[in-house]
Write a protein that binds this ligand. Structure first.
Ligand SMILES: [Zn+2]
Length: 460
């Protein structure tokens, strides 16, 4: 991002100089035209990719895209040959906890604007260009969002569900400051109004008793929260565990089921309610199996990005026998294996029924590697029955629709913002090729990926 702001400063300096010379030839970055030619483009809309494509970018906007020969190439354009590459839209994550990790410690007390913006850079390194932080944010997030909107900071565009809603003394546990714990519907509505005024981009509710250990928020309170959120144009995301809770929340008009149902296999009634409510499902398969993969041997620890972005101590810990043993003990205590298997089965059913799926991973650092996790979620979604094309849509246009930004982002179409991932291999042939990033474009500018890795890894 340093490069982008440097460029902007340089262009400003040049235009000021030229204005001083009273020339009429002022360069205007908004009309600079770039043509990327010869790549295969997965536009996020068409069923098949566009082979040998011409992609015309003017300023930060996609002006045209199509097969060579069908698109006019402007004469004054800078031309980039991308033969052999595949281009897809920038990715989204609808469930992260951003700026919470310090080494292996993940917690609200670590949260500050610097860590939030560090995570935004890590997401962007992997091509995740939009990230929604789901429910434990305070002033540091508002400060980080303000920095981004004023152009003082870059990285993945940050969205926030403010501070979420939970039962008094319930999950999320006490210790996470500022969680809204209403006791009456009136109080719940006032709290939603406060979140809307922040302004939060969405509302989050935790509906979970941690296998009977803690109180769970009542449906009466959820009804008030959902109704008030909708009055403010905010979508409601619910963390659920139980089938019956998910059904009841869909009857109340919830918008997004974050996490899969994990206590039982979903049935025809669930599918029917999901259709009627028009929900989007976040499967969060990578989140549910986060601990299991370390026990079973994590095959992603050789990812070349990890040592550039995360401290060596974190990589050493998650690769160690001691860590795996500790997780294995916890997993059998909390029947983690079974609930993860149930989540996969339920995702298969949701996919088969055609309920829209969007990528939300619960990535948050400290072993739940933001950026890489979103690519792994696509991989697990393909294993659960999505085609690679559907998995890419789950990570792009489906998520953009949930955030209400699909008029500008989520596909490669004329009029959309030029947010592109240029790949060295075809993700439709093998979804893990989505990680083979050659380069990234954001707002029509080439991203300096190397600068994203220099966000002081040692201080994490
Ligand atoms: Zn979460």
């Amino acid at each position: 991002m340093k490069l982008r702001s440097f460029r902007l400063a340089l262009l400003t300096a040049i235009s000021l100089f030229l204005a001083a010379c009273q020339t009429t030839q002022q360069p205007d970055p908004a009309s600079r035209i770039t043509v990327i030619e010869g790549a295969t483009v997965i536009d996020g809309v068409s069923d098949a990719p566009i082979e040998d494509a011409i992609l015309v970018i003017e300023g930060d906007t996609i002006r045209n895209v199509g097969r060579r020969g069908t698109i006019e190439v402007p004469e004054n354009a800078a031309r980039i040959n991308a033969t052999g590459k595949t281009i897809m839209p920038g990715l989204f994550n609808l469930h992260g906890h951003i700026g919470m990790a310090e080494g292996m410690v993940r917690g609200w007390e670590n949260n500050n604007p610097e860590r939030i913006l560090r995570d935004a850079n890590i997401y962007l390194y992997y091509g995740v260009m939009h990230a929604l932080s789901l429910g434990i944010d305070h002033d540091p997030m508002i400060a980080a969002q303000a920095d981004q909107r004023a152009g003082r900071a870059g990285g993945a565009r940050l969205y926030s569900a403010g501070t979420g809603f939970a039962a008094k003394d319930g999950w999320r546990p006490e210790g996470v400051a500022g969680i809204n714990r209403p006791t009456t519907p009136e109080e719940a509505r006032e709290m939603v109004q406060r979140e809307a005024a922040k302004p939060a981009d969405a509302i989050k509710i935790w509906v979970d008793d941690r296998l009977g250990e803690l109180p769970k928020i009542s449906m009466e309170l959820c009804e008030a929260i959902i109704d008030e959120a909708h009055k403010h144009g905010l979508k409601v995301f619910v963390h659920i565990f139980y089938l019956e809770d998910a059904k009841e929340l869909m009857r109340l008009g919830v918008d997004v089921i974050a996490h899969s149902v994990r206590d039982a296999e979903i049935d025809e009634e669930y599918i029917q309610l999901a259709r009627e409510a028009g929900i989007t499902q976040l499967a969060t398969l990578v989140g549910h199996s986060a601990n299991i993969v370390y026990v079973q041997g994590a095959d992603f620890l050789d990812d070349p990005g990890l040592p550039l972005l995360f401290p060596a101590s974190v990589l050493e810990t998650v690769g160690s026998k001691e860590y795996q043993q500790r997780l294995a003990e916890n997993l059998s205590e909390r029947s983690g294996y079974r609930t993860s298997e149930t989540a996969v089965k339920n995702t298969e059913k949701v996919v088969a029924a055609g309920i829209p799926i969007a990528v939300g991973t619960d990535s948050s650092g400290s072993g739940r590697f933001q950026g890489l996790w979103e690519h792994r979620e696509m991989e697990l979604l393909v294993k659960a029955g999505l085609t690679p094309m559907q998995a890419i849509r789950a990570a792009t246009i489906n998520a953009a629709r949930v955030l209400g930004v699909d008029d500008r982002y989520g596909t490669i179409e004329p009029g959309k913002v030029a947010d592109l991932i240029v790949l060295n291999a075809d993700p439709l042939a093998d979804i893990t090729n989505s990680r083979k990033i050659d380069s990234l474009w954001m707002d029509g500018e080439l991203v300096d990926r190397a600068a994203l890795t220099s966000s002081d890894v040692a201080s994490q």
